[in-house]
Design a protein around this ligand. Structure first.
Ligand SMILES: NC(=O)C1=CN([C@@H]2O[C@H](COP(=O)(O)OP(=O)(O)OC[C@H]3O[C@@H](n4cnc5c(N)ncnc54)[C@H](O)[C@@H]3O)[C@@H](O)[C@H]2O)[C@@H](O)CC1
Ligand SMILES: Nc1ncnc2c1ncn2[C@@H]1O[C@H](COP(=O)(O)OP(=O)(O)O)[C@@H](O)[C@H]1O
Ligand SMILES: [Mg+2]
Length: 275
């Protein structure tokens, strides 16, 4: 188990060349946010945009359109019930994140299945929140893609069948190999299991124990994997930075809110970019 430290940030976060343009920093599609969970999709979208993703399109409930545009005008909107009219958007994305606030209704399940049918094997597919629960409950077959799951311990219990008390290194490793995916197993010290590596986070604070914290992490992972090489390392850097920012903010706060972390992301990326 590799313990993460600040070096992961400076090894992953590139300095942007002078002649940069948005097309160099990845196309991200983020899918989720039913009528009850506008917040989840707005936090995930904002985190991806503030992490520097080149172009972000959010597919969500029509009910969330105005709130999304007002909260994060940099992102584009598509009605998530119209995926079939927007197949190319998903096909041409570098990274697709599905799950924050998606819910577990039949509509949610149809959307997830449509995305599984469209996604290609070279694309990164990040699966979070409700999407993990849907896969576990209905034993959905996974598509061929570079899959990153971001479960909390209960979602991992549903997906892996491992009770929380049995979620140890060896058992988790076996399940990771079966799923042939990267697993970001979230807890107060998040662990990342990949095909080649295992990382443990060394920062983070109980001030992070608040709704939307994982939605924010999922958006950061999407933003980082869209821009930076080597998926494993990009994921690890996003996990570390999310908690690092929270720890700093918690020096003066009892609770740290997701949007407070999001606003700090560009400052910290500048501080830790490659010298
Ligand atoms: N503002 C919003 O729109 C929010 C939307 N959310 C969305 O709500 C959906 C359901 O996610 P939830 O996680 O709330 O519900 P879940 O029902 O999937 O998981 C929560 C349950 O797991 C248990 N649990 C055990 N260990 C846990 C651990 N280490 N971390 C978290 N829970 C643990 C909790 O006690 C609780 O019973 C997701 O799609 C999520 O993205 C949440 O993120 C909350 C905020
Ligand atoms: N006590 C804690 N210490 C450090 N990190 C925490 C703590 N509690 C929660 N977190 C972090 O907050 C996030 C919670 O994710 P999740 O449960 O999916 O939230 P949500 O779905 O509400 O957005 C994870 O990244 C987890 O590591
Ligand atoms: Mg979550």
């Amino acid at each position: 188990m590799i313990k993460l430290n600040e070096k992961i940030l400076s090894s992953v976060i590139n300095k942007r060349p002078q002649n940069s343009y948005k097309g160099m920093f990845g196309r991200v599609v983020i899918i989720g946010g039913n009528i009850n969970f506008a917040g989840a999709i707005i936090m995930a979208t904002s985190a991806a945009v503030y992490s520097g993703a080149g172009l972000v399109t959010t597919m969500t409930s029509k009910a969330n359109k105005v709130a999304l545009n007002q909260s994060i005008p940099e992102a584009m909107y598509v009605n998530y019930k119209k995926i079939n009219n927007n197949i190319n958007l998903i096909k041409t994305a570098d990274v697709v994140l599905i799950g924050p606030g998606l819910g577990t209704s039949q509509t949610s399940k149809n959307i997830l299945q449509q995305v599984f049918n469209i996604i290609g094997k070279k694309q990164v597919l990040i699966i979070d929140g409700s999407a993990i629960t849907l896969i576990a409950n209905d034993n959905l077959q996974l598509p061929k893609a570079n899959i990153v799951f971001t479960p909390h311990q209960m979602e991992w219990q549903r997906l892996s069948g491992l009770d929380i008390k049995d979620q140890n290194y060896l058992n988790n490793k076996v399940k990771q190999a079966e799923l042939k995916s990267t697993i970001v197993l979230k807890s107060h010290r998040t662990e990342i299991y990949t095909n080649n590596n295992c990382f443990q986070n060394t920062v983070g604070t109980p001030a992070q124990a608040t709704g939307g914290m994982g939605d924010t992490l999922a958006g950061m992972i999407a933003g980082f994997s869209a821009q930076f090489n080597q998926l494993d390392l990009a994921v690890a850097a996003a996990v570390y930075l999310h908690s690092k920012i929270a720890e700093e903010l918690a020096k003066e706060r009892y609770v740290v809110l997701p949007h407070q972390i999001i606003q700090k992301i560009p400052y910290y990326m500048k501080k830790y970019e490659k010298k």
